[in-house]
Design a protein around this ligand. Structure first.
Ligand code: ATP
Ligand code: MG
Length: 578
């Protein structure tokens, strides 16, 4: 009989509670955006270790991003402080690193192997093929690898005590598939496994999960097929859809109460996904405690510059500013909510290049922002220098990671010849800033810091605590929420995205783009603004893009339209939609 821990599950609704209370066996939780998936998973883990006495060491929770793992760790620390530190909460890649550190000998690596960055991969491939161009094409996936090349590449990596990013999953899978006793030992270690965002697992991740779950299969998969947006990276929503075949006898729980968004936003999002939903009969109800339910703003801009100006103006207005009093075109509902700050706003876009106009407008208006960059942190100027210096630090030295990072930056600066000092110094100072949050997280663990750094993708450039407007691609916005969201560039060609010269986009691509639109809309808590520009600079020319077909299904009663005078002569036909 489980011990009753009433307070722990108090914050859950009946469906969330049912999911959290389920002790063992495979469990599929199908749940729309904002229905508390992440929250349910966290409470479920806390409940397992406190009420059911499951040893925390036997719990493995897999998240999609490092940031999601961190957030889950924090929430668990609040719910079950005495156990939280002993659970494994990790991304697939970080889990792969952990396995390979344990199994290094089988691959001929030392326990301190490092993860090759793109530069190192390129150098090795150039050595082998004798041509940098060929090497680049191999890395771009433009040229096929043959078995001999693959073999030489892998041997060279291993000889230098390196693994590459792909190895982090392929190698553990290969090792566990080849050695059942080994797989069994991992199954014994992790008896309770949960995976957030299961709709976006790829084949290798799926194979790893099956190896780890085994027959016992205390596997909880949680996700939303309608938010599957990583097909281009090899993710396959099919694994979610066939979970119940893969794990016979799986219990299913659906979460349909959305606590995040106002009711018009939810209705609009439901309409947007309805034409191609992967969850037949899907339900999603607005259950949040919203004081008011704003309509969805739909803004027609003349071009990307005025679209960006609209954003700056609206932020100012919602913050209660007065600098833009005489609005002649854009009209914003409401007259300034109290209590909003810059970090409550997010601007979401399909392609990174759309951010430029927004950056300019916000800079001009003096609005602080942070933009998630697509560079891996490792490739930022200055970071490599600091890391190289860190390599010289002996492990016996006191493990105060932030202090050591600072020391390494100083050492790097002292090595730079005077001639290039100014320029490089700026790089190194910037790099030091970027490394400072991360080094604080791993205060006493230099190895973990370096691993994270090699794995840490674009995420690292965002500080969730900074009071700044967030500029994000739709993909990067997955799992996040903001009181006010601007989803810009709602045009046919951007949403759905059309590559230059592409004619037939293919139904699968358009469906995925629609899901991306759905993900974007459902990030908004209180206010959602959709915007499109009648004309936009794209592929080197000013183009008139028709309005996104995804807007056409939104009920007129949900929309509050505002627009600017759009040049008439080139008004595309589809604009008559409004
Ligand atoms: P996504 O699909 O976007 O990842 P999600 O299903 O993971 O969404 P969460 O991020 O866990 O949703 O929760 C969304 C919001 O709803 C959060 O602000 C969370 O605190 C709130 N929430 C979830 N469940 C409840 C509840 N039972 N009562 C009140 N608020 C809740
Ligand atoms: Mg979530």
């Amino acid at each position: 009989e489980p011990v009753a821990v009433p307070a722990l599950l108090d914050g859950l609704d009946p469906d969330q509670r049912a999911a959290a209370e389920r002790l063992d066996g495979p469990l599929l939780i199908i749940a729309g955006p904002g229905t508390g998936k992440t929250r349910t998973l966290t409470h479920r883990l806390a409940h397992l270790v406190t009420a059911h006495d499951v040893p925390p060491e036997q719990c493995l929770a897999i998240t999609f991003t490092r940031r999601a793992a961190e957030e889950m760790r924090e929430r668990l620390a609040a719910l079950a402080p005495e156990h939280a530190g002993r659970l494994t909460i990790s991304t697939f890649h970080a889990l792969g690193v952990r396995f390979l550190r344990e199994l290094h000998e089988r691959l001929g690596l030392s326990a301190n192997f490092t993860i090759a960055g793109t530069e190192q991969q390129l150098a090795i491939l150039t050595e082998i093929t004798g041509a940098e161009k060929t090497a680049r094409e191999l890395l771009d996936g433009k040229t096929e690898w043959d078995a001999d090349l693959r073999d030489r590449y892998t041997k060279t990596l291993r000889a230098r005590d390196l693994v590459d990013f792909d190895d982090l999953i392929t190698q553990p899978v290969a090792l566990l598939e080849a050695d059942d006793a080994l797989a069994e030992s991992y199954r014994d270690r992790y008896r309770w496994i949960s995976v957030d965002e299961y709709q976006d697992v790829d084949e290798l991740q799926y194979r790893l999960l099956r190896l780890l779950a085994g027959e016992r299969a205390n596997l909880t998969a949680i996700g939303d097929p309608d938010q599957a947006i990583y097909r281009f990276r090899g993710a396959d929503v099919g694994f979610f859809l066939r979970f119940r075949q893969d794990f016979p006898g799986a219990a299913t729980v659906q979460l349909t109460r959305n606590y995040r968004s106002g009711k018009h936003i939810i209705t609009g999002a439901r309409q947007a996904i309805e034409p191609t939903t992967l969850v037949p009969g899907r339900e999603l109800h607005a259950c949040g405690s919203h004081a008011e339910h704003a309509l969805i703003g739909l803004h027609t801009a003349a071009d990307e510059t005025t679209e960006a100006a609209f954003i700056a103006r609206t932020i100012d207005q919602l913050l209660g500013g007065s600098s833009f009093h005489s609005l002649d075109s854009g009209r914003v509902d409401g007259d300034g909510d109290g209590g909003l700050s810059f970090s409550d706003f997010a601007v979401l876009y399909r392609t990174d290049s759309q951010a430029r106009a927004v950056v300019e407008a916000l800079t001009r208006a003096g609005v602080p922002f942070q933009k998630r960059s697509h560079d891996r942190l490792l490739h930022r100027p200055g970071v490599a220098e600091i890391l190289r210096e860190l390599g010289f630090v002996s492990p016996e030295q006191a493990a105060d990671v932030p202090a050591r990072v600072r020391g390494a930056a100083e050492a790097a600066l002292s090595r730079i010849p005077a001639a290039e000092l100014d320029e490089r110094a700026v790089d190194i100072h910037t790099a030091l800033d970027l490394l400072a949050p991360l080094s604080r997280v791993h205060e006493h663990d230099l190895d973990a810091f370096r691993t994270e750094l090699s794995l840490g993708a674009e995420v690292d450039s965002m500080d969730p605590r900074a009071d700044r407007v967030s500029l994000l691609t739709l993909h990067a916005a997955k799992g996040l929420e903001f009181p006010v969201v601007f989803l810009i560039g709602c045009e046919d060609g951007l949403l759905p995205l059309r590559w230059q010269g592409a004619t037939d986009l293919g139904a699968e691509h358009v469906n995925e783009e629609r899901r991306l639109f759905f993900v974007g809309m459902t990030r908004a808590q209180d206010r959602l603004y959709l915007s499109h520009a009648a004309q936009r600079h794209r592929h080197g020319a000013d183009r008139s893009l028709p309005v996104s077909p995804f807007l056409a299904v939104l009920g007129q009663d949900l929309l509050e339209r505002h627009g600017e005078a759009v040049p008439r002569k080139r008004k595309p036909r589809q604009i008559s939609l409004f």
